[in-house]
Write a protein that binds this ligand. Structure first.
Ligand code: ATP
Ligand code: MG
Length: 386
């Protein structure tokens, strides 16, 4: 009997709570055969005893099916995590949502909302149940970008039904207010609003809720991290140094909030000329790679400046859905696949945990400082192909 046959059999053992098996995850570390006895070592990342028991039972069944009379399954698992500093306990006010993804940037106008919309729809196109929460209370742009401008949600008792577009559930302050109204709110009200968006919106049992944040590292980010365990953080930046400087603050915030960093999306990275399809450098390209690496994070995607992206945003026809064969759509799809793989990995390693960021200050008093950031200058050039 070859090790390959044994590993093939172990591919029938899915990692509890996931669709992938223990071989694909790379958890099977050793296989030894001696006559009719087989011993395997499985190195898992969860400390939960039920995970250990289920893998042992299922692996034993699969190996006995191959004809082995004695099966020895050794599971190596980490110790249960220690209580982290200032930890009270983890909190999740929307437990029916499986994963939360926070999309942040240090600077405003770099393409967070555009990235959130396109990646959320890409994940839905890949078969996931996805929602998008527009947590930009002051500047809610997601309704327009999703083609849901002026669509009002249905109220059910004291809860609100999310809107739907492109296979994605959506809620935004923009859908609850009249168009053009402004909000002048204190930090504590922002924190309450974020909580209500998670608790009082009738989200389905989503695989992923993508949360489009306002720029900076303030009350909204802290409140979200304290309310739900955020599985993955994405930082959106443009390639210029001034944006990269601010993106370091977002990456640092993710670290401080114990949010696993899925990676950096470099937006407005080069320009694809609609006339000749040549890609040219405007703001720079690839500059975020080093920043990402310094936080052990991936450069998830480089999205060029493309008129179709802006038009898609303004007209509510996202490029990922309406130009699925474009180079940009392909890059968003790759970023979405990478994000889903990252989420699987975080969960296989025990999942996100927000116990270390629970408030030790009185309710409504933030431990983080807020910052606002200027809008970057608009792009002036073309690729010069004439
Ligand atoms: N790659 C791109 N190519 C062309 N236009 C883009 C691209 N990315 C974003 N845009 C456009 O740039 C503008 C700003 O993008 P977006 O609203 O997504 O940024 P943001 O970071 O969410 O801004 P804010 O900080 O105000 O929330 C939008 O008009 C959007 O359509
Ligand atoms: Mg935005």
């Amino acid at each position: 009997m070859t090790n390959e046959t044994i590993l093939d059999a172990l591919k029938n053992v899915t990692y509890p709570g996931f669709t992938k098996d223990i071989v694909t995850f790379g958890f099977v570390k050793d296989v030894q055969v001696e006559g009719d006895k087989v011993s395997i070592v499985v190195d898992i990342t969860s400390s939960a005893p039920e995970v250990k028991a289920q893998i042992t039972d299922e692996a034993t069944v699969e190996l006995k099916k191959l004809g082995f009379l004695a099966v020895d399954v050794t599971i190596k698992a980490p110790q249960a995590p220690k209580q982290k500093s200032n930890s009270v306990s983890g909190k999740n006010i929307a437990p029916h949502v499986k994963n939360f993804v926070m999309v942040s940037s240090g600077k405003g106008g770099v393409g967070k909302s555009t990235t959130s919309v396109n990646i959320a729809i890409a994940m839905a196109m890949q078969g996931k149940k996805v929602g998008i929460l527009d947590a930009d209370i002051y500047g809610p742009n997601i309704p327009r970008m999703m083609g849901l401008q002026n669509v009002k949600p249905e109220i059910q008792g004291n809860k609100v039904q999310p809107l739907q577009a492109y296979g994605v559930e959506m809620m935004s302050m923009g859908s609850l207010m009249e168009e053009g109204q402004s909000l002048i709110w204190r930090g504590s009200m922002i924190m309450k609003a974020i909580e209500q968006f998670l608790r009082d919106i009738l989200w389905s049992e989503l695989d992923v809720l993508v949360i489009d944040m306002p720029p900076g590292t303030g009350d909204a980010q802290l409140s979200l991290a304290q309310s739900v365990p955020v599985t993955a953080g994405i930082v959106v930046t443009t390639p210029q140094q001034v944006s990269l400087d601010d993106s370091k603050r977002s990456l640092d915030m993710f670290e401080k909030l114990h949010i696993p960093i899925a990676g950096v999306v470099e937006n407005m990275s080069g320009f694809i000329c609609p006339s000749c399809e040549t890609e040219s450098d405007i703001f720079g390209m690839g500059t975020s790679k080093e920043v990402a690496a310094s936080y052990n994070a991936e450069l998830m995607a480089q999205i060029p400046i493309e008129p179709a992206i802006r038009i898609g945003g303004d007209t509510g026809k996202p490029v990922i859905f309406h130009n699925p064969d474009s180079e940009t759509a392909k890059r968003y799809q790759t970023a979405a696949s990478n994000l889903l793989a990252f989420i699987d990995k975080v969960n296989a390693e025990g999942g996100a945990d927000n116990s270390a960021v629970q408030p030790t200050t009185p309710p409504g008093v933030s431990a983080c400082s807020t910052s606002s950031a200027p809008q970057p200058e608009a792009s002036g050039g073309g690729c010069g192909c004439s």
